[in-house]
Design a protein around this ligand. Structure first.
Ligand SMILES: C[S@@+](CC[C@H](N)C(=O)[O-])C[C@H]1O[C@@H](n2cnc3c(N)ncnc32)[C@H](O)[C@@H]1O
Length: 262
């Protein structure tokens, strides 16, 4: 599928669903399950940006920002200079209303000034541009990052997607259901020199998905299962996306740009 087609599919989705979590999470999942994904994304962002919280004026780029679902978490942490980048106009408009600054442009060419950002994150956005463009985008981003900057990349896991497409025919047909990245692909788009300080996935929530779907009408059971999933998938230092954890719906890597070029 071409980039133009994907962009117009995003505009169609924004027009159809508006600026709500279902528009930027998994549209076919019930809101409770999307709520669990949302909580996990927020916990991961808090954990990743925690070392910067003593410098709340620092500039952070929200790449493929959507309407600002995750920017609200960064604002909650006290960061006052979070800038969105997305090519979809309706999302950018909402982001500007709620969070101040959003640029309409492509994440394959992040347009930020040299040496201006202390952190950047993508939450399920890079996977829409494909591997080569994603790698070029990260290379361009690198020039805008200050030494020691943190970058969180969270994308769909291609291993899980491959299996789910064998089972769910409907998923194969959806235009915005791209296949995501494997461990090697996600690491392959990192510019030379970036250090991966932690990796992980939401494999526990993914494994519990059938039970979560079955129990969503019993809030106590659903909440207890969600708590187990959040605990097992919590971000930790080190590399935790190997073995069974490869099969998460989403995987992530937290990187650091070196303080000095070696
Ligand atoms: C799944 S949504 C995630 C939005 C947001 N990161 C969140 O988690 O709430 C993917 C977003 O990426 C944006 N996007 C996809 N490809 C893009 C590109 N090449 N340049 C800019 N934005 C893009 C879409 O418009 C959409 O807002």
């Amino acid at each position: 599928m071409t980039g133009d087609q994907l962009q117009s599919d995003w505009s169609e989705r924004q027009l159809e669903l508006g600026n709500v979590p279902q528009a930027v999470l998994l549209r076919n999942l019930p809101s409770g399950v999307n709520g669990l994904l949302d909580q996990w994304h927020r916990a991961l962002l808090r954990w990743s940006l925690a070392p910067l919280a003593r410098a709340p004026e620092t500039w952070i780029a929200d790449l493929g920002c959507g309407y600002g679902r995750i920017a609200s978490e960064a604002a909650h942490m006290g960061f006052s200079n979070v800038i969105g980048l997305d090519y979809e106009a309706g999302f950018c408009r909402q982001y500007q209303l709620d969070h101040g600054l959003a640029v309409r442009g492509s994440i394959a060419q992040p347009p930020f000034a040299a040496d201006s950002l202390s952190a950047a994150y993508t939450i399920t956005a890079l996977m829409y541009v494909g591997l080569d463009e994603a790698a070029k985008g990260m290379e361009t981003l690198d020039a805008s990052l200050r030494p020691g900057a943190r970058v969180l990349l969270l994308e769909a896991g291609s291993e899980f997607n491959r299996i789910s497409r064998m089972v769910l025919r409907r998923k194969r047909m959806q235009s915005l259901a791209v296949s995501g990245f494997s461990h090697a692909e996600l690491h392959g788009i990192l510019p030379a020199g970036w250090r991966a300080i932690a990796t992980g996935s939401n494999a526990a929530a993914t494994l519990l998905l059938p039970l979560l779907l079955l129990t969503r009408r019993w809030p106590r059971v659903f909440d207890a299962l969600s708590a187990v999933a959040l605990r097992l998938d919590r971000p930790r230092p080190g590399l935790h996306d190997r073995g069974w954890r490869r099969f998460g719906l989403h995987r992530w890597v937290l990187c650091e740009k070196p303080i000095s070029a070696s």
